[in-house]
Design a protein around this ligand. Structure first.
Ligand code: PHE
Ligand code: FE
Length: 298
């Protein structure tokens, strides 16, 4: 990887002393360090998701998985993925240790670099882990970076993130909710039926089924300000999924300047994750809310 710095650098000796430098968090993917178990975890998760996702994930996602050859056996090399990505949409994967500070993450996206955790979960964590690992980041997020519209959306999000960060924490929260309900947990209404595009869903066996089939959660048409004003769950499956009509719709809805929207939302109470707004929501499915956690949403 040409742009990768060899390891995390947070301070650097200069003529004028020891100064902090921009920490991009980028490392080199330690590919030869993966154990046999690591490769087997990838293969197991890959096989499990690929058996289930046809007819559930959107075609753009399935096409991406195929084009990258993610099922060739073992953990893919980022360098190989990058060869394909560079040609298709100019994106590039960078390996990281884990979650990055917001500004660093936004800066990567704004420059069409997608940070991917280099390490993979343990065999006893196939169904759930609390932080993103290589399987979630790579299998979940990267296939759609081959889609030109989605690829542009992700970059625009990075730029928007820098702006929201400068405006303040409330704006940043509004933007984070947009990411959560689209990039991570989005559904798309296609000619063939409702499909998944969110990375948090496609990388989870349980939620790949639940998000489409369960009676409990709401499925509501995407509306920008509505989404940005809705809390979410980090500890359970989502209580509401928002449904886009197309990636073009998502891109176009998010193109206008968010500054006035942030200002308007500042004095509004956010909706709970389970709320249905009877007057304004375009309801695809009114959830039964059965078994919903009632403790506070994020
Ligand atoms: N248009 C948004 C803004 O002005 C930027 C953005 C684009 C945010 C796409 C998210 C997704 O802040
Ligand atoms: Fe993610």
């Amino acid at each position: 990887m040409e742009t990768a710095t060899p390891r995390k650098v947070e301070h650097q000796q200069t003529d004028r002393g020891y100064v902090p430098v921009y920490a991009t968090g980028v490392v080199e993917q330690p590919w030869s360090g993966y154990s046999r178990t690591d490769h087997e975890v990838w293969d197991t998760l890959f096989k499990r998701q690929c058996e289930m996702l046809p007819g559930r994930a959107c075609q753009e996602f399935l096409d991406g998985v195929k084009k990258f050859g993610l099922g060739a056996g073992g953990i893919p090399k980022f360098a190989d993925i990058n060869t394909v990505l560079a040609k298709a949409t100019g994106w590039e994967l960078v390996a990281v240790e884990g979650l990055l500070p917001d500004e660093v993450f936004f800066d990567h996206l704004a420059n069409r670099r997608f940070p991917v955790s280099w390490w993979i979960r343990k065999p006893e964590q196939l169904d759930y882990l609390s932080e993103p690992d290589l399987f979630h980041d790579l299998f979940g997020h990267v296939p759609l970076l081959l889609n030109p519209v989605f690829a542009d959306y992700m970059q625009a999000y990075g730029r928007g993130g820098m702006k929201a960060h400068a405006i303040g924490p409330e704006a940043l929260m509004n933007l984070t909710r947009l990411y959560w309900y689209t990039v991570e947990f989005g559904l798309i209404d296609t000619r063939d039926g409702m499909r998944i595009y969110g990375a948090g869903i496609v990388s989870s066996k349980g939620e790949s089924i639940y998000s489409l089939d369960a009676d409990a959660p709401n499925r509501i048409g995407f509306d920008l300000a509505r989404v940005m004003n809705t809390r979410y769950r980090i500890d359970t499956y989502q209580q509401t999924y928002f449904v886009i009509d197309s990636f073009e719709q998502l891109f176009e809805a998010t193109t206008p300047d968010f500054t006035p929207i942030y200002a308007r939302l500042r004095d509004k109470t956010p909706h709970a994750a389970a709320d249905v707004l009877e007057e304004t929501d375009r309801v695809f499915h009114y959830g039964s809310h059965e078994g919903f956690a009632t403790n506070a949403d994020t």
